[in-house]
Design a protein around this ligand. Structure first.
Ligand code: CA
Length: 86
């Protein structure tokens, strides 16, 4: 049984693993998000650039061109719901 705090810790570790590669730490760029999808989410290797852009834009709620941790958590919740439905 995974507790909520454990889940958030895992998410933060995953986020930091990819968010720290660019000059601006603490946010994901589109490139970093693409890397994360390809490495961590099976089935995303075939996504086109347009699909990834749409996905990135849907995550980037405030439209600043970066995905911060708060926006990333929304993504994780969406993803987990998708997996539960599959
Ligand atoms: Ca943003």
């Amino acid at each position: 049984m995974t507790t909520v705090s454990e889940a958030v810790t895992s998410l933060k570790e995953l986020f930091d693993k990819y968010a720290g590669n660019s000059d601006e730490k603490g946010t994901l760029t589109k490139k970093e998000l693409t890397e994360m999808l390809h490495n961590e989410v099976p089935g995303t290797e075939d996504m086109s650039k347009a699909e990834i852009k749409d996905f990135f834009d849907s995550l980037d709620e405030d439209g600043d061109g970066r995905v911060d941790f708060k926006e990333f958590v929304s993504f994780a919740v969406t993803l987990s719901m998708l997996y539960e439905m599959a």
